[in-house]
Design a protein around this ligand. Structure first.
Ligand code: FE2
Length: 596
């Protein structure tokens, strides 16, 4: 290892972490940066413990690559979040991130792993006890060994375990670039907690409260997701969409069972959802009682989030709040917090789920090792291809394609003709949202496009699709926190516009907006501008480019496969376009046969 002028012994993997008691008991999460500035470092971040395994590489404090394993393995959410899968590392994502950064394993100065087994339940003599929780701890502790099998050359002393919620917190406060700021993390669970409330100043995090398990807003929402016939740890956003169809009829009962305490934490009593609505089988039609249950839990979660934020604001007095953790993907709750909560400004990490902890852990360790960490400028941190590579892919596929003078103009015309377009441009997005790089786009003026898009994606018809809008036009059409580049808030559609863009208006009169800034997304902005010139509407429908049950499209082969298997009219891939008819051409020559 090069001499970086270390002031502190890093031989112990958690030497850079210290844990003073918090106001909510000894959370074991407080962090102090105890190092002096030194040379920049190369840090690999890994999330591997629960779901959404991912990797990120930070070089000189700048995030050069971040990607989820599912985009490479084509296995949605990467793996099943059971203790037996904890050993699995996101090896394809790791390999790609290193390649993108131009690094070998031996170039890494640190590996940051977003779970600290020292904070997790110790394995007892019966490894099966507690639903194999001890096995999870054992596997997390052995992560350096698993890593050495896929990435030889990383010395064990470069491995750092980062507390799960500290990694979530870092993914928000470093990425937001707001200093100081209050930090709120809410998810299903980490090592022992499901929540962190704190304050970040100068890159150091002071933890003010951390709610221990089994109390968890994320797990509450997961349980409801499973009760309503959906996939837990995956389909929570379907529950959020369903909630709009109901009334919070059971809110009073839930207020007794789910409540905050006076110390910044909360209680979730055991809940029997069957007392409100019977369990739904997968694919079954929901009843008004199910919608009311979804609405009630959604409403109670919103109230709790506001109360937790209010407590946090009373401790810090900050203007800015940053958020991460899977609950922070609840854009309805985020918007209500923005409207009714005490903070002037709320920034939410777009990869707020566990994938984002790979990124956060890497930022945290980079900062601890003395790097000045750059805020997040874009979520487009995944793989991309240049024009020549894309053309090679199209020629290999032996389909007709064109290179129009301006792909943005060509697509705008197709949209104005009510075509559905697969839009594959630049680097793929890190996180669950399509933000104009791997998107299905359509005309928002035709209400039938909602059903058409939900059919293409094999989604339930009650689910909404979202608008993207030129940033400078957003306030004319939508209310709420703007700009909103990452689709993490819902916005009421202004009077007079709901009728003009019916495809993107949810049943409750809101839309989950992505604002498009010309400086950061010039191609998408130009497409929107041209669409407005043709139609008078600076909005298009934007939903993720994938078909039923599949992860988002990532590489050109995925794009061609998706385009070939779904009734999409046009594929805009880099500067090229492929029309539906181009798929049916018979290849000019059969592949050569091998000589016998
Ligand atoms: Fe998490």
């Amino acid at each position: 290892m090069r001499d970086r002028g270390l002031r502190y012994d890093l031989s112990h993997p958690t030497a850079w972490r210290r844990f003073p008691a918090s106001s909510h008991g000894d959370s074991g999460l407080n962090v102090e940066n105890r190092f002096l500035p030194r040379c920049p470092v190369n840090v690999l971040g890994i999330n591997a413990v629960f779901h959404d395994p991912a990797a990120a590489v930070v070089v000189d404090g700048i995030t050069v690559a971040a990607a989820e394993e599912e985009r490479f393995s084509r296995r949605k959410h990467g793996k099943t979040p059971v203790p037996f899968s904890t050993w699995e590392l996101p090896e394809r994502a790791i390999a790609w991130c290193l390649r993108e950064a131009g690094l070998q394993a031996s170039d890494l100065d640190a590996v940051a792993y977003s779970y600290d087994p020292d904070l997790a339940p110790e394995p007892g003599p019966d490894i099966a006890a507690g639903e194999w929780e001890g096995l999870r701890t054992l596997y997390a502790r052995r992560a350096p060994l698993f890593l050495s099998s896929i990435l030889p050359g990383v010395a064990p002393d470069k491995f750092h375990w980062v507390a799960h919620h500290v990694a979530h917190a870092a993914s928000a406060h470093f990425a937001a670039g707001l200093d100081p700021c209050s930090v709120l993390v809410l998810d299903g669970r980490g090592e022992r907690a499901s929540h962190l409330a704190g304050r970040a100043v100068g890159g150091s995090l002071e933890v003010l409260a951390a709610q221990e398990l089994p109390h968890s807003l994320g797990l509450l929402y997961e349980e409801l997701t499973a009760h309503l016939g959906f996939r837990r740890s995956s389909d929570e956003y379907k529950v959020m969409a369903m909630a709009s169809y109901g009334r919070p009829a059971y809110l009073e009962a839930l207020r007794k069972l789910v409540r905050t305490d006076a110390r910044g934490g909360f209680v979730v009593e055991p809940l029997d959802f069957g007392a409100f609505a019977p369990p739904l089988a997968a694919g079954a039609e929901f009843t008004p009682a199910h919608a009311d249950l979804a609405s009630s839990v959604q409403c109670r979660v919103e109230e709790i989030v506001i109360e937790l934020a209010t407590w946090l604001h009373e401790q810090t007095g900050d203007r800015d709040l940053v958020m991460a953790g899977g609950v922070a993907l609840n854009c309805v709750a985020n918007s209500r917090l923005w409207r009714e909560g005490p903070f002037d400004n709320i920034w939410v990490q777009p990869a707020a789920g566990d994938a984002g902890t790979a990124y956060g852990a890497a930022l945290h360790v980079a900062h601890a090792l003395g790097d000045s960490v750059e805020p997040m400028r874009t979520a487009a941190l995944g793989p991309g291809w240049d024009d020549d590579e894309l053309e090679r892919w199209l020629r290999v596929a032996q389909i007709d394609f064109e290179r129009p003078d301006d792909v943005a103009e060509e697509v705008a015309r197709a949209l104005a003709d009510n075509c559905v377009v697969a839009w594959f441009q630049g680097r793929s997005e890190f996180g669950p949202r399509a933000l104009g790089h791997r998107s299905l786009i359509a005309d928002p003026r035709d209400p039938e496009n909602l059903e058409k898009l939900n059919d293409i994606k094999g989604r339930e018809q009650f689910r909404p699709v979202a608008p993207m809008v030129l940033a400078e036009r957003a306030a004319d059409i939508f209310e709420g926190p703007l700009p909103s580049p990452y689709m993490l808030f819902t916005h009421r559609v202004r009077d007079g516009w709901a009728e003009r863009i019916p495809t993107v208006v949810h049943v409750d009169g809101t839309a989950r907006v992505q604002t498009v800034d010309r400086a950061t997304e010039p191609l998408v902005a130009r497409m929107l501008e041209r669409f407005e010139a043709l139609t008078g509407v600076p909005v298009v429908v934007n939903t993720s480019l994938n078909t039923a049950g599949r992860p988002m499209v990532d590489d050109p082969r995925d794009a061609l496969e998706c385009f070939g298997s779904a009734p999409v009219d046009l594929l805009a891939i880099g500067p090229f376009v492929v029309r539906r008819a181009g798929l049916t051409r018979v290849p000019a020559a059969a592949p050569a046969r091998m000589a016998a």
